[in-house]
Design a protein around this ligand. Structure first.
Ligand SMILES: Nc1nc2c(ncn2[C@@H]2O[C@H](COP(=O)(O)OP(=O)(O)O)[C@@H](O)[C@H]2O)c(=O)[nH]1
Ligand SMILES: [Mg+2]
Length: 224
């Protein structure tokens, strides 16, 4: 007898993801799933974009990590509602974990929910959480070969953020070639170049503007 465990896990996940998606739709919440390697700058980008968006939108954050609430504390310190999920060694978040913590938010009071997935460029890509938008954050220090080596994450991303652009030269990455590779894998990916270390002009404003625009667009199509 053949037992297809992998398919079963995916079916369960997809059922929870559909449930989450319906909950987000009912409340008019735009939901973003951010993934990328440890240290790519996911939490730093969140801090910068939240700072720019928090006067315009009511935002909640879910922080996924193997252990600790360090990232959640960083987000809470800027006055954003945040729930931490510790996967206890698990390499990704799944839709059931998200479903379980949603009661921790006052859903009708949120416009935007951002989920920072566990730092990993492989496992999170396979799990739909019910999100509207997937962002892959990759720092220039990771090496330009990563889109070709980890294509699934890029294939399913709506947005790819190339972060740490301030240290591009030292990193040795060929930015234009890397962007071509990303678009070869996924021609519909929207690419942003950012730095969380630079002052005003650092690409983070454009990203924040885009996320606000998408959030308000979803709100417009939600029944009161
Ligand atoms: N030079 C530089 N360092 C950055 C940038 N963004 C994040 N970092 C640093 O990279 C490290 C990891 O950042 P973090 O946001 O915790 O990454 P995460 O693990 O993906 O959430 C920290 O030391 C950050 O200060 C950036 O744009 N430029
Ligand atoms: Mg982080």
């Amino acid at each position: 007898m053949r037992i297809d465990v992998e398919q079963d896990i995916m079916e369960i996940n997809n059922a929870y993801a559909a449930d989450n998606r319906q909950l987000f739709k009912n409340s008019g919440i735009f939901t973003i799933n951010i993934m990328g390697s440890p240290g790519a700058g996911k939490t730093s980008l969140l801090e910068r974009t939240l700072h720019l968006m928090q006067n315009q939108l009511k935002i909640g954050v879910i922080e996924g990590d193997l252990a600790t609430a360090m990232d959640a504390k960083r987000i809470a310190s800027i006055g954003i509602s945040v729930v931490q999920i510790n996967t206890d060694g698990g390499c990704h978040l799944d839709a059931k974990m998200i479903n379980r913590v949603l009661p921790g938010f006052y859903m009708n009071a949120l416009d935007l929910l951002i989920i920072e997935n566990v730092g990993n460029l492989v496992c999170p890509a396979a799990f739909d959480l019910g999100e509207d938008l997937r962002i892959v954050v990759m720092s220039v220090t990771e090496g330009g070969d990563k889109p070709n080596k980890y294509p699934n994450a890029f294939l399913r991303a709506d947005v790819v953020v190339l972060n740490k652009i301030d240290i591009l030269e030292a990193s040795g990455m060929d930015l234009e070639e890397t962007k071509k590779d990303i678009l070869r894998i996924n021609p519909r990916a929207r690419i942003f170049e950012t730095s969380c270390r630079m002052g005003e002009v650092c690409g983070v404003e454009q990203l924040a503007e885009y996320l606000v625009e998408l959030t308000l667009e979803k709100k417009k199509h939600t029944l009161p």
